[in-house]
Design a protein around this ligand. Structure first.
Ligand SMILES: *Cc1c(COP(=O)(O)O)cnc(C)c1O
Length: 384
C-alpha cells in the first residue's frame, strides 16, 4: 500500500508535471515575474469558471479577506459577524482593521454559521457578515443574504475551503460558492482544493465599482501610476503561481469529484457505526451521490459520539494514518480573541464540536486500499 498522507501534493503533481513544468519554465524564460500576462489569463479563466464578473488575484487568502473589507470601506468600530468555528484568518483580519469581531455559533450538522445566532448578534453597529464555507460546502446563503438585505449589511464570503462548490437556491438555480455575497475571498494555499506551489489568493465580485476600488487597494492604492488615492497594500499573485493555477484550473472539477468519491466510500464504510456521524451535505442534495456538486470536501470531518477522540487520533498516528483536528479550540476562547462580551452559553455547539471532530486524509489521490485501511483501523478501534 502507498503511504497514506493527509494531503498528497506530490502524487497530484506527478500527473500534471508535463503541463506544469513548461508553464513554469515559460515564466522564467520571459521574466515577467510580477503582473505578467499569465496572471491576467488565469484571472479571466477563473472568472469564466466561476461565472463572476471580476476576479482580482492577490497574495494569499488572508489578504483577500482583508482587502475585501477595506474595499467595502469598513472602519473602526464597525461590527462584523463571523463563525466561532473556523480558521483564525477570518477573525484576524477583522481585528487587524480595528473592526469589532462578533463571533457566533455554528450548526452541529454542517458546521456552518448558524442563522439564528447571526440574528441574535445583529446590532445597529453591525456592518457585515462573513459566512465561512467550512470544509467545502456553502453556509445557508439564501438566509444570510435575506438577513443582510433586511439590515443593510455587506456579505463577505470566506470561500477558502469551497472553491468549485455549487450553491443551489430553493428555486433550483445553481451558482458557484464565493459569488453570492457582495464579495468573496479565496486562498490558493497548496493544500486547498485549487492550490498553487506557494501562496496565492483572490477576491471575487460582480460589482464593477467595488472591483475597481479593490484593484487599486491591492496595488498601493494606485489607480493611476504614482497617484495614491487611498491607503492600499502590496498584495500580488506572482506569475509563476498564476501559471501553476492556470494549468490546474481545468482539473478542478475532476479534483473535486475525486474528493467526493473518497467521501462516498468513507460514508459507506461508516454507515453502520453508531458512534460515528458522517458529514451532512446541505444545500440542495439530501445525501451525497455521484452527481453531488454542493460539497467539495476540503476536509472530510467526522463527529464522534462516546469515543475518546484524542486516543483515536493517537492510535491512527501510531498506525501511520495521519489525521487532523480542525479546529481544536473555539475562536472565542483563543487568547487573542477572547472578550468579556462573550457568553459561554451562546457557543454550546462550537464548544462541543471542538471536542468531537476528527478529519481524515482527504485529497485527490486516495485509493480504495488506503480508504479500506483507514476505515477498518477506525472501526476496529471503536469496536474495541
Ligand atoms: C486557508 C484559509 C484562509 C487563509 O488563506 P491563506 O492563503 O493561508 O492566507 C482563510 N480562511 C479559511 C477558512 C481558510 O481555510
Amino acid at each position: 500500500m502507498r503511504k497514506i498522507q493527509m494531503v498528497d501534493l506530490k502524487g497530484q503533481y506527478s500527473r500534471i508535471r508535463e503541463t506544469v513544468n513548461p508553464a513554469i519554465q515559460e515564466i522564467i524564460d520571459n521574466t515577467a515575474f510580477i503582473n505578467g500576462p499569465k496572471v491576467h489569463d488565469f484571472q479571466q479563466h477563473l472568472e469564466r469558471y466561476l461565472g463572476v464578473k471580476h476576479v482580482i488575484p492577490c497574495a494569499n487568502g488572508t489578504d483577500a479577506l482583508q482587502i475585501a473589507m477595506m474595499g467595502l470601506g469598513l472602519g473602526p468600530g464597525d461590527e462584523v459577524i463571523t463563525a466561532d468555528f473556523t480558521f483564525a484568518a477570518t477573525v484576524e483580519v477583522i481585528a487587524l482593521l480595528q473592526l469589532t469581531p462578533v463571533l457566533v455559533d455554528v450548526n452541529e450538522d454542517d458546521f456552518n454559521i448558524n442563522i439564528e445566532a447571526i440574528k441574535k448578534a445583529i446590532t445597529p453597529k453591525t456592518k457585515a457578515i462573513v459566512p465561512v464555507h467550512l470544509f467545502g460546502q456553502c453556509a445557508n446563503m439564501e438566509a444570510v443574504m435575506a438577513l443582510a438585505q433586511e439590515h443593510d449589511l455587506y456579505v463577505i464570503e470566506d470561500n477558502a475551503q469551497a472553491i468549485g462548490a455549487n450553491y443551489t437556491y430553493k428555486n433550483g438555480k445553481k451558482v458557484k460558492a464565493g459569488t453570492i455575497g457582495h464579495v468573496g475571498a479565496t486562498s490558493f494555499f497548496p493544500s486547498k482544493n485549487l492550490g498553487c506551489y506557494g501562496d496565492g489568493g483572490a477576491i471575487f465580485t460582480n460589482d464593477d465599482d467595488l472591483a475597481h476600488t479593490i484593484r487599486g487597494i491591492v496595488n498601493h492604492g494606485m489607480y493611476e501610476r504614482y497617484h495614491h488615492d487611498v491607503v492600499g497594500v502590496n498584495s500580488r499573485l506572482d506569475s509563476i503561481q498564476a501559471a501553476v493555477l492556470d494549468a490546474k484550473l481545468p482539473h478542478l472539477n475532476s479534483y473535486n469529484k475525486a474528493r467526493q468519491a473518497a467521501a462516498i466510500k468513507y460514508n459507506e464504510a461508516f454507515k453502520e457505526i453508531n458512534q460515528i456521524i458522517t458529514p451532512k451535505v446541505s444545500n440542495g442534495c439530501e445525501t451525497l451521490c455521484e452527481t453531488c456538486d454542493c460539497h467539495v470536501f476540503h476536509q472530510y470531518t467526522l463527529r464522534l459520539k462516546g469515543v475518546d477522540r484524542d486516543a483515536l487520533a493517537r492510535h491512527l498516528n501510531e498506525n501511520n494514518i495521519p489525521c487532523g483536528v480542525y479546529y481544536p479550540i473555539p475562536l472565542h476562547k483563543q487568547k487573542a480573541y477572547a472578550d468579556e462580551r462573550y457568553n459561554e452559553a451562546d457557543f454550546s455547539v462550537t464548544n462541543q464540536l471542538t471536542k468531537e471532530v476528527i478529519s481524515l486524509p482527504m485529497h485527490t489521490e486516495l485509493d480504495d486500499e488506503q480508504i479500506e485501511h483507514i476505515t477498518s483501523t477506525i472501526i476496529t478501534f471503536i469496536n474495541g
